[in-house]
Design a protein around this ligand. Structure first.
Ligand SMILES: Nc1ncnc2c1ncn2[C@@H]1O[C@H](COP(=O)(O)OP(=O)(O)O)[C@@H](O)[C@H]1O
Ligand SMILES: [Mg+2]
Length: 256
């Protein structure tokens, strides 16, 4: 079983990366896939988003990333059937500096997770363009970019695509962008529609048809330590993430 490893990335904070990682992973687990989420953000929002405790020092994604802990030792079972987690810790914030002095600083994570047996591995990336994210991109074969439907959405996207291209040219030529997902779409706000049109005219088919609406159930769920799909299955937030999972899978099978 060679996993499909997907970095959920955008250098901006607060655009829906963690929400997308948690809920897409949950939706895939719910249809019987074996899924791992690696929380690679020192803030640990994916960890608490599953109601799990943060890791302790090396007993976390920090230890795995630096190659000091075997991934198998820190993988935790979540209460979602088939869904497992490598929890984060605030110590991960030191990893950026620690990686810098290592000769293999770009490929630590790739090596650390090379033998894991999952169908899908989601990496919830921190904001920015540091070594943690280079490791995530190097360890992945796919990327999903959440894009918040707000005025500055497109700003910085060129830089993200440059970084992705740089990684592709140098260390990981298998990397493909699976898609851009529009998040926090507000249909009462005409700006959302304008931004969505703008993004679609720029990026065409790269943009998922599924749009994630702004939905209070989603933010409520994360504060309860639950994926929205388990918090309120009938909410628009849940329906849209299940639909995104379906679209992700159908695009995958088209590309085979
Ligand atoms: N579709 C949505 N509707 C309402 N709130 C959302 C939605 N997506 C994310 N949020 C909330 O917005 C905040 C930022 O989302 P998050 O996924 O943590 O972003 P990131 O990981 O990119 O920093 C969180 O409080 C989250 O609960
Ligand atoms: Mg996050």
């Amino acid at each position: 079983m060679i996993p499909v490893t997907i970095s959920i990335i955008n250098q901006k904070g607060g655009v829906g990366k963690t929400t997308t990682a948690v809920n897409l992973a949950t939706a895939l687990a719910a249809i019987g896939k074996k899924v791992l989420v690696i929380d690679l953000d020192p803030q640990g929002n994916a960890t608490t988003g599953f109601g799990m405790s943060k890791g302790n020092g090396l007993d976390s994604s920090y230890g795995v990333l630096l190659g000091l802990t075997e991934a198998e030792q820190v993988i935790k079972k979540t209460y979602v059937n088939g869904l497992f987690l490598v929890p984060s810790t605030i110590d991960l914030s030191a990893a950026e500096v620690e990686l810098f002095s290592l000769p293999d600083r770009d490929s630590k994570l790739r090596k650390a997770i090379a033998n894991l047996k999952y169908e899908y591995i989601f990496i919830d990336c921190p904001p920015g363009f540091g070594f943690i994210n280079i490791n995530a991109l190097n360890a992945s074969n796919k990327i999903i970019i959440p894009l918040q439907c707000e005025f500055y959405a497109l700003e910085g996207l060129a830089q993200l695509f440059n970084t992705i291209q740089g990684v592709r040219n140098t260390i990981n030529n298998n990397l493909v962008v699976a898609g851009i997902v529009l998040t926090m779409y507000d249909r009462r706000n005409s700006l959302s529609a304008i931004i969505a049109n703008d993004v679609r005219s720029h990026f065409k088919n790269l943009v998922f048809n599924t749009v994630i609406p702004r939905n209070v159930r989603i933010s409520e769920a994360s504060s309860h330590g639950k994926p929205v799909i388990l918090h309120d299955m009938k909410s628009q937030g849940s329906i849209s993430y299940i639909e995104l999972a379906r679209e992700f899978l159908s695009r995958e099978s088209q590309n085979e």
